[in-house]
Every structure is written in structure tokens, then in C-alpha cells.
Design a protein around this ligand. Structure first.
Ligand SMILES: *Cc1c(COP(=O)(O)O)cnc(C)c1O
Length: 347
């Protein structure tokens, strides 16, 4: 990020952008040529997906099982969507049969779900949702903010039409950019759209003109952030994607096994857990805020608490990107064990 900053129309910038695109396609698991980076955080990726593919009156089917599907709902609402929500308790996921039934009953034009729900630690791969949606002629939007770079997403194999992410989660980069990829089906949808999107800044048609074809000025890309993302992706390429996924899986599993030894359970059922974000249940009688304060004061370790209905009930602990290491897992198990004991937990 401290390298000299070139202009936003400099050929070198577009070269950096091309390298980013190539590596992002691998991380997303897609051959989509339409894979690019938005100037903004993960929420800009979310808003871009909504503003380009949801118009006033568009019927949106929302798989609602966490904080970020609520944010998607709110954005869709502001764009005038007609929304059907399939609510589930936070931490649960959807079976293929449930997804198919919901989509067949609602007949939506757009289906949205969160692939990696950071508020609950639940993983929804999405094959079943995408199949049912395509059978009903609907387009699928997937939030992949906490999975990209840490877990396989397989955008093409799943059939996800629009996937977005952010740089500061499992990609291990500073915050500030939002990768996004769109399928050929999504592009057809975009081309057939009559009214332009409400958002000028996140209008994918205008962004295409800047990044791809005409290289026409749209906005000033944050050049240094593009350097940072290019470097993060180079680090991922050096490690190798398979090795990186295996590292995330192994450290997540080691952490869960260590927690079990402490007598601490998990919110999410086995087989449906993220490798990047863990949600241990707060043990009976333990004050979770005191535990977090202790870890911060005594060890400089920051872990997060639960949001919404999970406030006070779970911890949220990231094992993603650079942070997913055997040393970190060991350190955290030791210090968390101490803090729980100090708060009266007898493991
Ligand atoms: C972090 C996150 C976002 C929002 O990203 P920001 O970078 O905070 O704007 C959206 N969805 C999920 C699942 C996230 O974890």
C-alpha cells in the first residue's frame, strides 16, 4: 500500500486489476469473465447486488437465518422489493427439500441467501437453493463475505448468479474493497433491465465501462487498496488454494476439539459449521462479557460476542486468513480456558 500511486486510468492500474480478476475467479470457483472489484466494503457488494438485480416490485425470496440476511432484507425493502422471508432460528440452515418447497410456493424472481453467516457460524453451500431457484426461473444472490479465500464456494458448480465478498475477512487484506462475480444469466438480466439502477455509484453497467471496455472514467478507484488486494491474492496463490482451505478446516476442527475438552459446545450442528468463524456456546452461569474483557485486558486478544437473539449466548471467534494458525488455536484455547475458569466455569 506504500507503493507509488498511479492514476486511475493508468495502464498499470488496469494490469493490476487483471491480475486481481484472475485470482478472484479461482477463489470464487468461477469462469465468469464478469468478476470485478467494487470500491467499498462488503456491504457495498451487498448493495450492488441488490441495486442491480432488484427493482420496485421484484419478488425476492429471502433465506432469513441471521444478521446479514436481515441486512439484505432491509436493502431489498429500500429498493421496493416484495419480500418473502423463510425464517429459521439463528444458527440453523436449510435442507434442499425445504428450499425447494419455499421457492416453489413463493415463485420469486430473485432468491438471496448467506453462504457464510458471520453472526451465527452457519454454512449454507447453496446447491439445492440454486437448483430450485433456476427451475423457477429465478436469479440467485449469495453473500460470500466470510467464505471467500477460506472455504470453497464453487460459484459455477453451485449455480450462484451473483456472489459478493469483502477483502478483510478470509482474504486477509485490509478493509475497503468488495469482490463481485456475475454469471452469464445475471448479465442477460442486466441487459434486459429497462430502468437504470437507483444507485449511480454501484451501477454495474457504468462500472463495466470503466474497468473493462472503454476504460471511461467513472470514479477514482482507491489504487492503494487494489495493490493490497493484489498482494493478498498473491499470498493465497503462493500458499495454494487447496492448502489454504485445508489449513482453515484443520485449525477450525482443532479448535472445536479443544473446546469440547473444556466442556464447551457449539451452536451450529457438525457438518454445517464455517471453518472461518466459530460460535461456541457460552457455558451455563458464565458472564460472556467478563470473559471477553479478561481476554482483552490480560492477553490483548479480541473475540466477539453474539448479535441479536444470540447476544450473551455465544462467542464469535474468527479463525480466518492469517489468523487461522495452530499457534493461535493453542493460545486461544489456553487463555479462553483460564478466563472461563476465572468466571466460575468448572470444566
Ligand atoms: C462483514 C460482512 C458483511 C459486511 O461487510 P462490511 O465489510 O462490514 O461492509 C456482509 N455480510 C457478511 C456475511 C459479513 O460477514
Amino acid at each position: 500500500m506504500r507503493q507509488p500511486i498511479v492514476g486511475h486510468l493508468d495502464p498499470f492500474f488496469f494490469q493490476v486489476n487483471e491480475e486481481i480478476r484472475g485470482w478472484l475467479k479461482l477463489c470464487f470457483g468461477t469462469a465468469n469473465e464478469f468478476t470485478m472489484v467494487l470500491s467499498g466494503t462488503g456491504s457495498a457488494g451487498m448493495e450492488c447486488a441488490i441495486t442491480n438485480f432488484v427493482e420496485p416490485g421484484t419478488k425476492v425470496a429471502m433465506f432469513a437465518n441471521g444478521y446479514f440476511s436481515d441486512r439484505l432484507t432491509e436493502m431489498a425493502r429500500r429498493h421496493g422489493a416484495v419480500i418473502a422471508r423463510f425464517e429459521k432460528p439463528w444458527g440453523e440452515t436449510y435442507t434442499d427439500a425445504e428450499a425447494r418447497q419455499f421457492i416453489a410456493a413463493e415463485k420469486p424472481q430473485v432468491v438471496a441467501f448467506v453462504n457464510a453467516e458471520t453472526s451465527t457460524g452457519a454454512h449454507q453451500p447453496g446447491h439445492g437453493i440454486c437448483q430450485a431457484a433456476h427451475d423457477a426461473g429465478a436469479l440467485v444472490i449469495a453473500d460470500c463475505v466470510t467464505s471467500l479465500g477460506g472455504m470453497p464456494i464453487n460459484v459455477d458448480e453451485c449455480g450462484i448468479d451473483v456472489a459478493y465478498s469483502g477483502t478483510q475477512k478470509a482474504l486477509g487484506c485490509p478493509p475497503g474493497l468488495a469482490p463481485i462475480t456475475c454469471s452469464p444469466r445475471a448479465l442477460d438480466w442486466l441487459r434486459n433491465r429497462k430502468e437504470s439502477s437507483v444507485s449511480w455509484y454501484l451501477d454495474l453497467k457504468l462500472l463495466l465501462d470503466y474497468y473493462e471496455s472503454a476504460h471511461r472514467y467513472h470514479h477514482t478507484a482507491p489504487i492503494s487498496m487494489f495493490y493490497a488486494l493484489r498482494e493478498s491474492l498473491a499470498i493465497i496463490a503462493e500458499e495454494g488454494l487447496d492448502a489454504r482451505f485445508a489449513r482453515h478446516k484443520a485449525n477450525h476442527e482443532a479448535f472445536v476439539a479443544g473446546l469440547a475438552e473444556l466442556g464447551v459446545g457449539m451452536l451450529v450442528q457438525p457438518g454445517h459449521r464455517l471453518w472461518t468463524l466459530n460460535t461456541p456456546l457460552v457455558p451455563e452461569g458464565v458472564n460472556e462479557l467478563n470473559v471477553r474483557k479478561r481476554l482483552m485486558a490480560e492477553h490483548g486478544i479480541e473475540i466477539a460476542g453474539g448479535l441479536g437473539p444470540l447476544a450473551g449466548k455465544v462467542f464469535r471467534i474468527g479463525t480466518m486468513g492469517y489468523g487461522s494458525s495452530a499457534e493461535n488455536v493453542k493460545l486461544l484455547l489456553e487463555t479462553l480456558g483460564e478466563a472461563l475458569k476465572a468466571e466460575g466455569w468448572k470444566a
